[in-house]
Design a binder for this molecule. Structure first.
Ligand code: BDP
Length: 649
């Protein structure tokens, strides 16, 4: 198929300036700490803060003191001294350990009942002085509080009568780096890996600390360092020492390091003739490996595993099941407090003719069979990070297993780092979806936070979009997705528009017109992208391997379900994949009343139409148009919208 039309929106957006205003190059991300523009506010802020009191002596305390000093210097043009005693206008940063004399006992009680990393920010009086207090049970909570206060100043919010209490709704907020040991990044569009493996462990690039700062500023508290298509070498002593050096650099920022583990490692490294999870020698190998890791990295988070998926080894190779594989690893990690993130991205074609039904069919029978420290990590949609998918029916279908949501921050199918596509709206659509698992009001968000089924541990992972490009993500607007991922992982109930507004103010400007224009570009961008690439629920139509431009007729000789034609199903009758009860019956993997809604051509929301239906070309749409006319109209609408963004910019 000719792809001339594909160049239209790209042309439009490539006219965006790649650099932020002035001499800035994007390196500072949303941590620019630009001088407060409003003169009245600037004066008020300058008067409100006189000194910083950080009595804690941990590495995290040092990091947060430096951050506050840098932030105030930039925002207020004023250096604040670190003093021992609170005075009028002090900013008091306290934990019960660091400041036993100041820490109000009732705050202690309040915070003890809250999740790790929680904090309060309050305007109070201490010894007759007006001070602002940031308080937490831990230095890391204070660090989050410090970033919160700087965000308030950076977005020009009032800070005189503060009474804030913040608590992360998800416990583990993790970036998954698909970084290879040779420095390349699978699906990376922003240069090479940030981890300079060849320089480690002797030399840790300063940039790692800035990465840690950026993550901490939005509450991200973990990083999987290497690609899910894991090179077994990562678990050799040489690489573990390198990982330990990175863990040391990230620890002050409250970040734990995790590793992707290749299930076949004991065999691949030629330590054992097999990787069979039921072979005692294999279990002993992993136990010894876990012991070795925790000697080097005492707070190691755990393993992420892609097993029996896209050629990766796994328990099925030995006739064993996913739970047998995952539990064997989990038992090696459990004594140290580590977890296994076992991915549900599996689609063996023997399981079902329709690829999107396979993971559900493989995993739901295993609910209740996993050890407590195993997460099943599920991509938001049942296919593969498409511009729009219905949520994976696994959410809400495994009540006895903690489910981690895997989102993709890097824009594999969403225009790489060339197209402006703000993903906050996509992720909210997913998180807000009602699974109906326990009746109305059982949103995906509640599955992920653990609220729905009373899970104690919770995890959201985002496949990172960072690289060693000077501006981190390849395009300033791609950084908004890193930002939005962190903010939503902390609190999935935040509104995507508010997050876009915050990011815009911190990154570009507080100027009202700039904020309105940029936020409206961002808010419309994903819908426009869907329209100009795969409208009305069309899916799986991207070109082979690269996954950049749509190519709905593509046939991949390697696998039917890697072919766009398998998904688009265009024929003389119509377009789209019939997943109704007359077709693959994927609709019945959802809880009632969703199956009936999706099954019906008239009730199915039009944005998911081709995901569930093979729609006749002459089908009458809600607009009154025929399906064909509507489809063409959506493509044109997407292109128009992209053009409009150019004008707005
Ligand atoms: C697909 C990517 C592939 C990943 C795979 C995965 O194309 O590069 O390895 O997902 O998530 O989206 O394992």
């Amino acid at each position: 198929m000719s792809k001339w039309w594909w160049s239209l929106p790209v042309l439009g957006l490539s006219l965006l300036s790649p650099l932020p205003a002035g001499a800035e190059d994007g390196y500072k991300l949303w941590l620019r700490y630009a001088r407060v523009e409003d003169p009245v506010l600037l004066k008020a802020y300058q008067a409100a803060f006189s000194s910083i009191v950080v009595q804690g002596k941990t590495e995290t305390d040092q990091v947060l003191l430096k951050e506050l000093q840098q932030g105030f210097r930039g925002l207020l043009g004023k250096s604040l001294p670190n003093s021992d005693q609170p005075q009028e206008g002090s900013l008091l940063v306290e934990t019960p350990q660091s400041s036993p004399h100041f820490f109000p006992p009732q705050w202690d009680r309040e915070l003890q009942g809250m999740a790790e990393g929680s904090y309060v920010i309050r305007s109070i009086e201490v010894n007759g002085h007006h001070v602002t207090a940031i308080a937490s049970e831990s230095p890391v909570g204070c660090l989050y509080g410090a970033f919160h206060l700087l965000r308030l100043l950076g977005t020009q919010q009032p800070v005189d009568n503060l009474d804030l209490s913040e608590s992360p709704k998800v416990k583990r907020r993790v970036l998954d780096h698909w970084d290879n040991l040779d420095g390349t990044i699978e699906r990376g569009y922003a240069g090479k890996s940030l981890w300079k493996w060849q320089e480690l462990p002797g030399q840790v690039d300063d940039r790692i600390r800035d990465y840690g700062r950026a993550c901490a500023s939005i509450g991200i508290n973990g990083a999987v360092l290497n690609n899910v298509n894991a090179n077994p070498q990562i678990l050799t002593s040489a690489y573990l020492a390198k990982a330990a050096a990175l863990a040391g650099a990230l620890r002050p920022y409250g970040m734990k390091v995790y590793l992707s583990a290749n299930f076949g490692t004991p065999k691949a490294l030629k330590d054992l003739p097999t990787a069979d999870p039921l072979d005692p020698a294999v279990a002993a190998w992993w136990k010894a490996k876990a012991d070795e890791i925790y000697k080097l990295i005492p707070d190691f988070g755990g393993f992420l595993v892609k097993a029996n998926s896209e050629g990766q080894p796994g328990p099925n190779d030995y006739g064993r099941s996913h739970d047998q594989g995952a539990n064997m690893l989990a038992r090696a990690l459990a004594p140290h407090g580590g977890i296994v993130m076992w991915r549900a991205f599996v689609y063996q074609d023997s399981v079902d003719k329709d690829r999107i039904k396979r993971a559900y069919k493989e995993f739901t029978p295993l609910d209740g069979k996993f050890d407590p420290n195993v997460f099943i990590q599920v991509k938001n949609g049942p296919l593969d990070f498409q511009p729009r998918e219905r949520f994976s029916p696994l959410f809400g279908a495994m009540p006895r297993t903690p489910l981690a949501a895997e989102l993709q921050v890097t824009q594999e199918y969403l225009g790489h780092s060339t197209h402006l596509v703000y993903l906050g709206t996509l992720w909210k659509e997913f998180l807000d979806s009602d699974t109906y698992a326990k009746g109305k009001g059982s949103q995906v968000e509640k599955v992920v936070t653990g609220e729905l089924d009373g899970q104690k541990d919770s995890l959201i992972a985002g496949v990172a979009n960072t690289g060693d490009d000077r501006n981190w993500c390849g395009h300033p607007f791609a950084a908004a997705n890193w930002y939005a991922f962190g903010r939503l992982a902390w609190d999935p109930s935040l509104a995507s528009e508010d997050i876009a507004g915050e990011w815009t103010r911190l990154t570009w400007s507080n100027d009202a017109e700039a904020v309105t224009s940029i936020v409206s570009m961002m808010m419309a961008s994903r819908e426009a992208y869907v329209d100009y690439t795969c409208p009305l629920g069309l899916n799986g139509v991207f070109e082979k391997d690269l996954h950049y431009a749509p190519d709905p007729g593509m046939v991949d000789p390697r696998r039917e379900d890697w072919s766009a034609a398998y998904y688009s199903r265009a024929d003389t009758e119509g377009l789209g994949f019939d997943r109704t009860r007359k077709g693959s019956d994927a609709v019945d993997q959802y809880h009632k009343p969703l199956p009936d809604e999706f099954n019906s051509l008239s009730k199915c929301p039009e944005k998911f139409l081709l995901w569930f239906h093979h729609v006749p070309w002459d089908q009458k749409m809600k607009s009154g148009n025929s399906f064909w006319v509507e489809l063409c109209g959506r493509y044109s609408q997407g292109v128009r919208e992209a053009g409009q963004q150019k004008d707005q910019w």
